[in-house]
Design a protein around this ligand. Structure first.
Ligand SMILES: Cc1ncc(COP(=O)(O)O)c(C=O)c1O
Length: 497
């Protein structure tokens, strides 16, 4: 154990010290601080730590050994007994509790926990249609950039330094947003720990209990959950082949004012549809007329497989109605936790006051390293390579689906994003299909996670980021094997019909 093992001794306690030590360790075993098999410090080191004579600790250990609580092996040390025995020498009933009971009232959460839980389960499957592929990361460049950031010997990088992010990263991201996404130079900008944090902060700055926020349905559940946490109500707006249905939104706004709309116009999540230019114009105009904000979640930017670039909604915003949230999770790696929020400076000022409540500052070393990779074009080169690979994976998946599953599902070819949204034959119970596929090592998400009612919906989302082409073909083959058990039993036909 690299740490000093702290035990409190009480000078006013009449009990001899060796018994105080023995009792403290026995209590630690009982309450689960020490578990069967754990090593405890040698008598010499514990004596030093407690400033007592070594014989005192030895006497304590003899007492504990006599109770069967610890055992000492001369070659390897002193351990909590792996099988705790009671006084009669039988395995003890009061083995340490596996976890801690809750000693206070936990109010109801209100949020459907199964969303995050299901995601984690599917993500752990060996063939998962979720997550990214770490094999594609340029580790050597990242290591070089980290080393160079640390070699700068600027120890301030490791302090509470940067309110809106390392200035070099802020500038590097700003020039990326201006060049590639047509954003304005005057927008405020903050580096965040991931796109989700950018979305969360935008919502925290804007939304108050009782507000109504419009969201796309199907849509991004982790965005909804953040809105619901702020005490707002969601109103669902459908999505069609041109993106969010602005007509429906307008009718809704005329019924009841809304504080904001949360949208993914660039590659709608999960359908992958890009919002049409006319819808974009109308949405911006509607927001400005009714004075609500547009929270544009563009975490999937950079994954576009067609030549013609599509610019984000924020690039056409002349009225200051959009807050633009982006991420390096798709362009680079999700676990870096790097994203950003751009928007009117008054809002960014407010966000700067909220962010320290959950995260006092960012990771200075990482931010400087990524700034270097952006400045020397490494991230752009990696993103181009990645998009080429993802395009090939998308095509391999579409081909496998077409060949083996076209009888039960339909899909539109996504021009961007990292997943294929499919409509499944209603005769298939997609949740049973997912469960049965999971038994065969394949994880995929079903429709219920993208609809507000979280009920069964005949859709499946297949992300093609994580698996290479042959893994994906294997995954589809296993999905086919899992299919028969997901067929709904047909209702018995009427006699004579
Ligand atoms: C639509 C959408 N928004 C936001 C995020 C969050 O991204 P990040 O990993 O940067 O927090 C994701 C992640 O996949 C996403 O799909």
């Amino acid at each position: 154990m690299p740490w000093r093992f702290s035990i409190e001794l009480d000078d006013r306690n009449a009990l001899p010290r060796y018994l105080q030590i023995a009792q403290a360790i026995a209590r630690d075993v009982q309450r689960g601080r020490l578990s069967p098999g754990d090593r405890i410090p040698s008598s010499r080191s514990l004596a030093q730590q407690l400033s007592v004579h070594r014989n005192t600790v030895k006497a304590a250990y003899e007492e504990l050994a006599a109770q069967g609580l610890i055992s000492t092996s001369p070659s390897s040390g002193t351990f909590v007994s792996s099988r705790l025995l009671d006084v009669a020498g039988q395995p003890s009933e009061d083995a340490p509790p596996p976890g801690r009971a809750l000693g206070f009232d936990l109010p109801p959460d209100g949020a459907p926990d199964q969303v995050a839980e299901a995601w984690r389960t599917l993500h752990r499957a060996p063939y998962s249609f979720t997550g990214n592929d770490p094999r594609l990361l340029p580790l050597a460049s990242l290591a070089r950039a980290y080393r160079s950031a640390l070699r700068s010997r600027n120890r301030n990088l490791l302090g509470y330094q940067f309110e809106r992010g390392h200035p070099r990263l802020v500038e590097a991201v700003r020039s990326m947003l201006i060049a590639t996404r047509g954003l304005r130079t005057t927008d405020g900008l903050m580096i965040t720990r991931g796109g989700q944090m950018a979305v969360y902060l935008a919502i925290a700055a804007l939304v108050r209990p009782g507000d109504v926020v419009a969201v796309e349905e199907p849509g991004y559940a982790f965005g909804w959950l953040a809105i619901q946490r702020s005490g707002a109500e969601l109103t669902a707006i459908p999505v069609d082949e041109e993106g969010l249905c602005v007509d429906v939104l307008e009718a809704r706004v005329l019924e009841h004012p809304i504080r904001a709309v949360f949208t993914t116009p660039h590659h709608q999540y999960p359908t992958g549809v890009t919002m049409s230019p006319s819808r974009r114009r109308r949405l911006l105009e509607l927001a400005s007329r009714h004075r609500f904000a547009i929270i544009e979640d563009d975490a999937l930017y950079g994954t576009r497989y067609e030549r013609a670039p599509a610019l984000p909604l924020a690039s056409a915003d002349r009225e200051g109605v959009t807050l633009y949230a982006g991420s390096f999770s798709k362009l680079f790696a999700p676990s870096l936790r790097l994203g950003y929020l751009a928007g009117p400076d008054q809002v960014l000022e407010r966000v700067s006051r909220i962010r320290p409540l959950i995260d006092v500052c960012g990771d200075g070393v990482l931010e400087l390293a990524i700034a270097e990779l952006l400045e020397d074009g490494e991230i752009e080169r990696h993103a181009r390579r990645l998009t080429r690979v993802l395009g090939q994976r998308r095509d391999a998946l579409l081909e496998a689906l077409q060949q083996h599953l076209s009888a039960v599902l339909e899909f539109r070819v996504p021009s961007g994003g990292t997943a294929v949204w499919t409509e499944v034959d209603p005769e298939i119970d997609v949740d049973r299909w997912s469960a049965s596929a999971l038994e065969r090592g394949v994880g995929f998400i079903t429709g219920r996670f993208f609809f507000l009612d979280h009920r069964h919906h005949s859709n499946v989302l297949l992300a093609f980021e994580r698996m290479n082409e042959s893994e994906m073909r294997e995954a589809v083959a296993r999905m086919v094997q899992a299919l028969p058990s997901a067929k709904k039993s047909r209702a018995p036909r009427n006699r004579g019909s």
